[in-house]
Design a protein. Structure first.
Lengths: 204, 172
């Protein structure tokens, strides 16, 4: 019986087996693109980043500006005090506090940085950031202490926007400053001087 | 999906999340794509599905099958995205949303894709070339650089395995 059904499923020929109609539908499904399509690789990374961000929890109130990229294996009371002092939360990533500059004084938020297979995922959650205009966009940058900047992605923003996922191919430990700039669609790939948010991660 | 993995999934443990994702990404993406008909939206829907599953894991009864549970989340998530994209839809009842394919067909797709994803890679490849690409056994043999006899045996094994995985089809 199983052989009959397998043969029919394979070729649509042979003795008509029990459940022929359903087998016909299965054959139809096997010919559809959805049956063989795969989600992009970054979906898995984004799922892990979102979960890491959720498990990290909110940054301590009133502690902004000074943060660290990573502290692992902390379990003692002294270590907990250290975490509070540096505003770091979570064990699956590092939460970096972001402050608005004078160009976006009401903006605040945090960035979760975590390592992934293909680089570093930066999940940016901000509020109070002005909406971008029709020819404008925001761009994230990691800066080294030598003044070298690397773009980590661009995004548009409006009130109520969901968190933004940015990607870095360089190690944030060597590029400890995270900036967000307001850019105009003018074809210039360099960072504009309109810095709207900054965060900084001192390196041990 | 064993209980230990699901428990660790609930705890947000990275390896368990990866395991659950690897096992169900295919069927979740397949039904998302069938409802939304857009790879970008289907990717967003797939991502949201796994986040929601993790967020709701505490409410999941570990003694029940995981597939139907995550299927329900995936379907609802895709339909929610579909509704946001289709401002003309006014119904709050997701089961009445006019989507294509129908809900039975969506579940059937989830089941079949789940079964296909459990096949060994070499058997799945033969099945894809045969059913999706429409190649004959001889063409598959040439394409894969293997004897036609091997193609035939892999194909037969794959279909038998699929029948076993979709055992409930026997009852209808």
């Amino acid at each position: 019986m199983s052989d009959e059904r397998a043969t029919y499923l394979e070729s649509g020929a042979g003795v008509e087996p029990m459940g022929k109609d359903r087998l016909d539908r299965v054959r139809g499904l096997l010919a559809r693109a959805e049956m063989w399509a795969e989600p992009p690789h970054e979906v898995a990374e984004n799922v892990l980043a979102d979960i890491a961000a959720s498990t990290a929890g909110p940054a301590p109130v009133g502690l902004t500006g000074i943060v660290r990229w990573a502290i692992g294996g902390i379990a003692t009371a002294a270590a907990i005090a250290l975490v509070l002092a540096f505003g770091l939360t979570g064990s699956s990533g590092t939460v970096l506090a972001m402050d608005g500059t004078e160009l976006a004084a009401a903006a605040s938020g945090e960035a979760l940085v975590r390592v992934a297979d293909s680089g570093w995922v930066i999940r940016l959650e901000v509020e109070g950031l002005p909406a971008t205009g029709p020819d404008e966009y925001y761009e994230g940058w990691l800066w080294s202490d030598d003044g070298e900047g690397v773009s980590v992605g661009t995004f548009r923003h409006s009130d109520g926007d969901e968190p933004v996922t940015l990607w870095s191919g360089v190690d944030p430990a060597a590029y400890p400053s995270l900036w967000v700039t307001l850019e105009t669609e003018d074809g210039d790939p360099a960072a504009s001087e309109r810095v709207v948010m900054r965060g900084r991660a001192p390196i041990d | 999906m064993d209980a230990e993995v699901l428990q660790r999934f609930r705890d947000g443990e990275e390896e368990a999340v990866k395991t659950v994702y690897e096992r169900f990404r295919g069927p979740v993406f397949a039904i998302s794509l069938s409802i939304l008909r857009d790879h970008g939206l289907a990717s967003d829907s797939t991502q949201q599905t796994f986040i929601k599953a993790w967020q709701g894991a505490a409410s999941y009864d570990i003694h029940r099958e995981f597939g139907p549970w995550i299927y329900a989340i995936a379907r609802r998530t895709a339909i929610d995205i579909y509704r946001k994209q289709s401002r003309s839809l006014v119904s709050d009842d997701v089961d009445s949303v006019d989507i294509s394919p129908g809900l039975d067909a969506v579940w059937e797709m989830f089941e079949v894709r789940s079964a296909v994803d459990q096949l060994p890679d070499d058997e799945r490849q033969v099945m894809r070339l045969s059913h999706f690409e429409g190649l004959t056994h001889a063409q598959i043999a040439k394409h894969m650089g293997i004897p036609i006899g091997t193609v035939k045996s892999r194909s037969h094994r794959a279909h038998q395995r699929l029948i076993e995985l979709l055992d409930h089809l026997r009852e209808e």
